[in-house]
Design a protein around this ligand. Structure first.
Ligand SMILES: [Zn+2]
Ligand SMILES: [Zn+2]
Length: 244
């Protein structure tokens, strides 16, 4: 099965308006994906709408978030249920500075309903760091039954290695993500100390055409579900994940 665990919606100010629930689900199905996760910057506000469309059209959607920690590290948090992501989001927002978004400068932060209507905008700026360190965010993800993935580890900025240079001892990572510009071979050559983690490649889609290029993580799982994904990442069976 093809999976893509890093897709933004129009709630992320840097994402295109076309990243609406119906467009995302339709495009993912056209590209043959079986499981996707919605991961906006510091919010899960559109995850429910995308999940409802997924239910209607028959695609499994996992709710998630791309958290920006105090160290400007991006961590993907993937959850089994909407309830879990909502509780996690409340915790994150308690630590997200109350700075208003400036849409003309950062872009709009659009909320959709499951009919693709733009129903509101998020007022607080999402493109900023929460006042929590990577270990605190990782612990909160685990406490809410989520999976923690170090996002685009090969990038110089906003990645765990780019910002810190190492994996903190108390951070429990379930997987490492490389972005679509980076091959698995380059990863194993250049990141020797991280080789023991499961490695995934996702699209980090900010526009629909990004999803087209996202056939990069093919996984051997029984069914497209959070439980099957967690079992895969915990299994230590790297051969069940195939990247480009
Ligand atoms: Zn990122
Ligand atoms: Zn992203």
């Amino acid at each position: 099965m093809y999976i893509d665990l890093h897709i933004h919606t129009g709630a992320s100010p840097c994402a295109a308006k076309e990243m609406s629930p119906w467009n995302i689900v339709r495009m993912s199905q056209l590209e043959g994906l079986s499981l996707i996760a919605i991961t906006d910057h510091n919010t899960a506000a559109n995850a429910g709408a995308v999940m409802r469309v997924g239910d209607e059209l028959g695609l499994v959607i996992l709710p998630g978030m791309e958290v920006q920690t105090r160290e400007e590290v991006h961590l993907l948090a993937i959850f089994p249920t909407l309830e879990a992501v909502a509780a996690f989001e409340e915790f994150i927002w308690d630590h997200l500075p109350d700075i208003p978004n400036r849409p003309e400068f950062f872009g709009e932060q659009i909320l959709y309903d499951s009919q693709d209507r733009q129903v509101a905008s998020i007022e607080r700026l999402l493109l900023q760091s929460v006042m929590l360190g990577v270990e605190e965010v990782g612990a909160a993800i685990t406490a809410h039954a989520g999976l923690t993935i170090a996002a685009h580890i090969n990038r110089r900025s906003y990645s765990l290695i780019g910002q810190l240079g190492f994996v903190p001892r108390d951070l429990k990572l379930d997987a490492i993500e490389i972005d679509r510009s980076f091959s698995h071979k380059r990863f194993t050559d250049e990141y020797v100390s991280l080789r023991h983690y499961p490695v995934l490649s996702n699209s980090d889609a900010h526009q629909l055409t990004d999803i087209v290029e996202s056939h990069q993580s093919a996984v051997l799982i029984q069914e497209p579900s959070f439980l099957a994904l967690r079992e895969l990442l915990e299994s230590g069976e790297g051969h069940r994940i195939r990247l480009r």
